[in-house]
Design a protein around this ligand. Structure first.
Ligand SMILES: Nc1ncnc2c1ncn2[C@@H]1O[C@H](COP(=O)(O)OP(=O)(O)O)[C@@H](O)[C@H]1O
Ligand SMILES: N[C@@H](CC(=O)OP(=O)(O)O)C(=O)O
Length: 567
């Protein structure tokens, strides 16, 4: 078997090998994610004429070689002269909340003429919430009242006003508004709102915002093209309201976006948050805030240089600014830190969004669309952690905690396995765990319970199953406080944290420093959680000195870390 095809990118080394007699259909099934795409597509186009060829883009340190009896060189001038797609720019709901905001982000895109971005948009402002409320109202309002649902009125008013203010034709969204009204009547008639219908319903938000923005860009002379993610290869599981992106998405999305870009370059404007279930072929959504994941998926699929997520804050902050307004931007994060932060409740990023970026090794920049000059947060694979102690404090409220004590003797084999198999059978994920030989304390992922709206029944069921093998104590209304940082300094972090908690008379009910090297989790009562976060933030980030440097000084000064530097 002879290696015939090599794709190599300086940024993401990646080789694919195929035997000499392979056909082009084998090539098209390869993953595109790490490939230099324009060259690759040039290769594909020529190769589909059944010829061997050689493709190079040496200037950028990227090379694709597909050798054979005949050789042809494809260089830059064979492509369009529009340049290559360079980055993803994702704008969340707050960044596209009005005509004025849409104008601002269009200017922001124009400000970087050397960039050819793929734009990903969320629904305008609070549209997703309003669509969900409208759906719930439709279930009980009766068909004849469906057109009068208040939230439907808000949605129509906002979108039509935006279209008018931007001076684009109402026809870009009129069919969607009509279909939305029909859908609400259908829900009213059926008197039920299934998860599948719910996803279809909320999809109107992103479908309309992207159409309006594309029309506006074209109106001001920026050639752009609208895409519905579910039509361009975003293939997901069929878990409505919380679908996962499947691997097939990457080549499909790359093929479609690059194919169009090469034949007729226009800035792609893609709906965030949406996908298509692989079995049902119905519209799915990626979980609330899922447009971040759309952006990183496109970044990986196209092997772009950077993924920018534009928010309404100056980047990822040292804690949630709605809990504590003195939160400060964090300049650098690793993918692991950002993922942990998102998973443990920081609303600023979707919990799954870091995965494609990490896999494709593509930097993610969190920026403020209200304040573009602010440097934001740069998230990369690694960063200099030597001076870093604590990066951010995250609060996850309303968590359920379980204390499970084995009813059998010490050292019983398989106790942990039995406990976890019960959670697996019930499809409930566990967040934080602490174990001893005969007992386990753990917290349950609240989002999994909420999304199924079965909180009490689920919990009763869990308790019932566990009580077959253990004594169970269920404790509700707890909070997880996650200290994201450099766990190499865990003793210092913990000593300082516990000092703060003791001063505030807060009792920690469980602590976990798991396999993750970036997170220490503390469980406290919900009622004490905010006070706790404020006190910890004050101690770690506002004590007058950058605690990180003081630690280093004290460690290097006399060889033993002194806590006085953290006080
Ligand atoms: N650690 C944090 N850093 C920054 N923002 C946070 C953090 N924790 C929670 N947030 C909240 O996340 C919001 C930004 O995320 P989001 O609303 O999803 O933006 P968008 O809708 O523009 O994508 C902020 O307004 C802030 O209230
Ligand atoms: N519109 C969806 C998806 C999304 O990502 O929104 P945002 O970027 O505004 O968080 C939601 O509200 O969940």
């Amino acid at each position: 078997m002879e290696a015939l095809l090599h794709f190599r990118s300086a940024k993401t080394p990646c080789y694919r090998e195929i035997p000499r007699n392979s056909h082009i259909s084998r090539l098209s099934s390869l993953s595109f994610s790490a490939f230099p795409c324009r060259s690759f597509y040039a290769a594909m186009k020529n190769a589909s004429r059944e010829r061997w060829l050689r493709v190079e883009n040496v200037k950028k340190g990227i090379e694709a070689v597909f050798e054979g009896e005949e050789e042809e060189r494809v260089t830059e001038e064979h492509g369009s002269d529009a340049g290559e797609l360079t980055c993803v720019m994702k704008f969340g709901g707050s960044s596209v909340a009005s005509a004025e905001r849409m104008r601002e982000i269009a200017q922001l895109i124009l400000r970087f003429p050397e960039e050819n971005p793929v734009v990903v948009l969320s629904a305008m402002g609070k549209t997703t919430n309003n669509l969900l409320l409208a759906g719930e109202e439709a279930v009980c309002c009766g068909v004849s009242n469906a057109s009068e649902i208040q939230e439907l009125g808000f949605i129509k008013e906002l979108h039509l006003r935006t279209v008018d203010e931007l001076g684009v034709d109402r026809s870009v969204i009129s069919a969607h508004l009509e279909e939305l009204e029909q859908l609400l009547k259908g829900i009213a008639m059926m008197k039920e709102l299934t998860l599948r219908t719910r996803d279809y319903l909320v999809s109107f938000g992103e479908c309309m915002s992207t159409r309006i923005f594309t029309a506006y860009l074209n109106k001001i002379g920026v050639k752009s093209r609208q895409y519905d993610a579910f039509d361009i290869g975003f293939i997901t599981t069929d878990d409505f309201t919380d679908a996962d992106i499947l691997e097939a998405t990457y080549p499909a999305v790359a093929k479609r976006l690059y194919g169009d870009w090469i034949t007729d370059p226009a800035i792609p404007v893609v709906t965030g948050f949406l996908g298509k279930g692989w079995k049902s072929c119905a519209i799915t959504t990626l979980g609330r805030g899922g447009s971040d994941l759309t952006a990183t998926t496109i970044g990986k699929a196209l092997g772009l240089q950077e993924i920018q997520v534009w928010k309404d804050v100056d980047g990822v902050l040292t804690c949630d600014p709605t809990i504590y307004p003195h939160a400060e931007p964090v300049p650098y994060l690793t993918f692991d830190e950002a993922a942990e932060l998102a998973y443990f409740g920081a609303q600023v990023l979707h919990p799954q969004a870091m995965r494609p970026a990490r896999e494709g090794d593509i930097p993610v920049r969190v920026k403020n669309s209200y304040n573009p000059k602010a440097p934001g947060t740069l998230i990369t694979k690694t960063r200099d952690m030597s001076k870093s102690v604590l990066t951010s404090i995250v609060l996850k409220r309303n968590v359920t905690m379980l204390d499970i004590v084995s009813t059998r003797m010490l050292g019983q084999v398989g106790f942990l396995a039995k406990v976890f198999s019960i959670f697996e059978d019930l499809g409930i994920s566990v967040d934080v765990v602490a174990t001893s030989e005969v007992s386990i304390s753990l917290t349950l992922d609240p989002s999994k319970l909420w999304s199924r709206e079965l909180i009490q029944q689920e919990l009763d069921h869990v308790e019932e199953e566990l009580e077959k093998i253990a004594l169970v104590n269920l404790l509700q209304h707890r909070s997880i406080i996650s200290l994201i940082g450099n766990v190499q300094y865990s003793s210092l972090i913990l000593e300082k944290a516990f000092r703060v908690l003791r001063t505030n008379e807060i009792n920690v009910q469980m602590i976990s420093q798991g396999a993750s090297k970036v997170n220490i989790s503390l469980i406290v009562n919900d009622s004490e959680a905010e006070t706790c976060v404020k006190a910890l933030h004050h101690a770690f980030f506002e004590s007058g000195y950058p605690s990180e440097l003081l630690i280093l000084d004290s460690v290097s000064g006399n060889g033993s870390a002194s806590l006085s530097s953290l006080e």
